[in-house]
Design a protein around this ligand. Structure first.
Ligand code: ZN
Length: 334
């Protein structure tokens, strides 16, 4: 009898282990405070930064910044945007550029804003932010590292990534390292359901990433074309949208005019449903005195929305751009 009970217990144990991840939501997202239903995301800024250190993968270490000082600097900017209804922020600082999940967790607790962090590596700037093992490991081995963060938590914490963030160098033909990063992201997506956001720029580069993913059987709707504002030919936004790619117009913290033109084009061509917007603003920089000048997360609310409302944008458009699209783009389906 006891052997039989043992068998039952072991079977139940294995079934519950395979039923990862452990939450009760059908469509969900991982915040730094744990999983939430995707419907709790609310108004979301999909690309911002609390902390970035540009020293490079060979020199970076968490001793370069003091969490309390970073918090003191960043917290007022998070509290500031609560008046605009911001409920969630995707922090896009990758590993080896000062991704600090415990800092994000503390900022989330103190501000009341849900913050998401990421897994993945940053290949742009000629690989300055890639650790040496990326040269020799396979896409599968890199993916194993990222999947482990999803399953067990990041850097010994229980904090899990809410999305994959990679980056590649602009090129007519993606470098072998960048191709490997894209493949690793594809594998990680297939194992975890996490959406892939890739710092890219122009469509000539982004489309190569999409093709690699398609060859692996990953739907383009799982891919976010980060910094798509760098694309000069607006017709390519239509091509990307037709494929289902998410077009991320995400530098609004630094300029307004290029976004006005692009968003009007997107609305007129019926592709707003494929567009994401954010500021790419922040951040505390440990190399600068006091963390340097912090760019606030407010231009969308204080500048872009009034300008575009004067050109026919409606509440429905903003709901799509700031609530519905982030939900659809980053939801993890069980
Ligand atoms: Zn960024």
């Amino acid at each position: 009898m006891s052997k039989f009970l043992n068998f039952i217990f072991i079977t139940i144990f294995f079934i519950s282990c395979q039923n990862h991840p452990s939450n009760n939501f059908d469509n969900y997202i991982n915040t730094v405070a744990g999983p939430i239903s995707i419907d709790s995301m609310g108004l979301t800024l999909i690309h911002e930064h609390m902390l970035v250190d540009f020293i490079g993968a060979d020199s970076i270490n968490s001793g370069r910044w003091n969490r309390d000082s970073v918090e003191q600097k960043v917290l007022p900017f998070l509290l500031e945007i609560k008046q605009y209804g911001v409920q969630s922020i995707l922090d896009c600082t990758p590993s080896y550029l000062a991704k600090d999940p415990l800092l994000l967790k503390s900022l989330s607790e103190k501000s009341g804003i849900q913050i998401l962090t990421n897994t993945g590596f940053y290949g742009a700037v000629g690989g300055k932010y890639l650790p040496d093992f990326v040269q020799t490991e396979s896409a599968e081995q890199l993916a194993d590292r990222w999947i482990a963060e999803f399953e067990n938590g990041i850097e010994g914490t229980s904090i899990k990534p809410g999305f994959i963030k990679i980056s590649v160098n602009e090129a007519d033909t993606l470098s072998l390292i960048d191709q490997k990063l894209v493949k690793a992201a594809g594998i990680t997506h297939q194992k975890t359901g996490l959406t892939i956001a890739s710092h890219t720029g122009t469509w000539r580069t982004a489309v190569q990433e999409v093709r690699i993913l398609q060859e692996m059987g990953v739907n383009p709707s799982e891919f976010v074309w980060v910094h798509a504002q760098n694309e000069p030919d607006f017709e390519n936004y239509k091509v990307a949208a037709e494929m289902g790619v998410w077009i991320s117009l995400d530098g609004i913290g630094w300029a307004i005019d290029p976004y006005v033109d692009r968003l009007i084009f997107a609305k007129e061509n019926g592709i707003l449903g494929n567009v994401l917007i954010s500021h790419d603003a922040g951040w505390y920089d440990p190399a600068k005195a006091g963390g340097g000048d912090f760019q606030p997360f407010t231009n969308i609310f204080e500048k872009l929305i009034p300008i575009l409302n004067g050109k026919g944008f409606t509440e429905k458009d903003w709901d799509l751009l700031l609530k519905e699209n982030p939900k659809s783009a980053f939801s993890i389906y069980k």
